[in-house]
Design a binder for this molecule. Structure first.
Ligand code: IPE
Ligand code: IPE
Ligand code: MG
Length: 241
């Protein structure tokens, strides 16, 4: 087994880990519980995963919590997910802030209730100066939506077509100033992107553990990082770049 050096200077630890937190509904169904109970259970491990990520030296942790397509779920489930986000902020914000986590949001806050928008904005403002770890919350996020949003903004700004290059596009995405994910983890065994970070993941390494998100613990994270350490990232060239 590969040993992961927890020293953040070592290359084996990804700088940016992005997680598609999937399988809450199936976790609940297997226990005879309502789906929303699965979503609640899926918030219990957040603190552990965030702390473990910071300890491993991961600088950016992106969490996909609600996609632009998740609006198509039954209204009660959508409302439940909104309440859960609100409760998680109430419950975790102070401690996250004390531990030096900075919260960033990608996606659209528009569409959320005014009160929830305010709560998310407050969390972002409060933690702006923190440097221990960046937590990027993808909520009401879609990769295609992000690209459309970027194209519209470029057109509105009257950008000269000759000036359009990857750097410029990056500046128009929600993820401006963030490095691309090195490792994307999707729990629950599903192997698809479901509209997650379409532009940013072209050279990410992917990892698909079988466990449902509520069962993804520190040990699972460690296994993912160890697996990542064995990958040979070539970026289209012939040797590790
Ligand atoms: C992931 O769990 C959470 C969200 C998409 C909001 P799911 O709710 O997709 O759980 P499964 O895939 O139905 O098990
Ligand atoms: C992707 O999971 C979105 C999140 C985990 C937030 P879904 O469960 O919504 O994706 P599909 O529908 O199975 O592709
Ligand atoms: Mg799912």
């Amino acid at each position: 087994m590969t040993t992961v050096h927890t020293d953040q200077k070592t290359k084996t630890v990804p700088r940016h880990v992005a997680i598609i937190m999937d399988g809450n509904g199936r976790w609940a169904r297997e226990r005879g519980l309502p789906r929303v109970a699965g979503h609640r259970a899926g918030t219990e491990n957040l603190r552990t995963i965030i702390r473990a990520s910071a300890n491993l030296g991961i600088e950016y942790l992106t969490l996909y919590a609600f996609s632009t397509e998740n609006w198509s779920r039954p209204k009660a489930e959508v409302t439940g997910l909104m309440h859960i986000l609100s409760d998680v902020i109430d419950r975790e914000l102070d401690e996250l802030n004390e531990e030096g986590a900075r919260l960033i949001h990608i996606g659209h806050l528009k569409g959320l209730s005014k009160a929830l928008q305010k709560k998310v904005r407050h969390a972002i403002d409060l933690t702006r100066g923190n440097q221990q770890i960046n937590i990027i919350l993808a909520f009401n996020y879609g990769g295609r939506d992000e690209i459309i949003h970027a194209i519209k903004a470029m057109l509105k700004d009257g950008v000269d077509p000759d000036d359009v290059d990857e750097d410029l596009v990056n500046q128009y995405l929600f993820t401006r100033d963030l490095p691309d994910p090195d490792l994307v983890i999707r729990t629950s065994g599903e192997q698809r992107t479901s509209n997650f970070l379409t532009w940013q993941t072209v050279y990410s390494e992917w990892y698909f553990p079988q466990v449902y998100w509520p069962d993804f613990d520190e040990d699972e994270l460690r296994k993912a990082i160890e697996d990542y350490a064995t990958r040979d990232r070539r970026f289209g060239a012939l040797e590790e770049s």
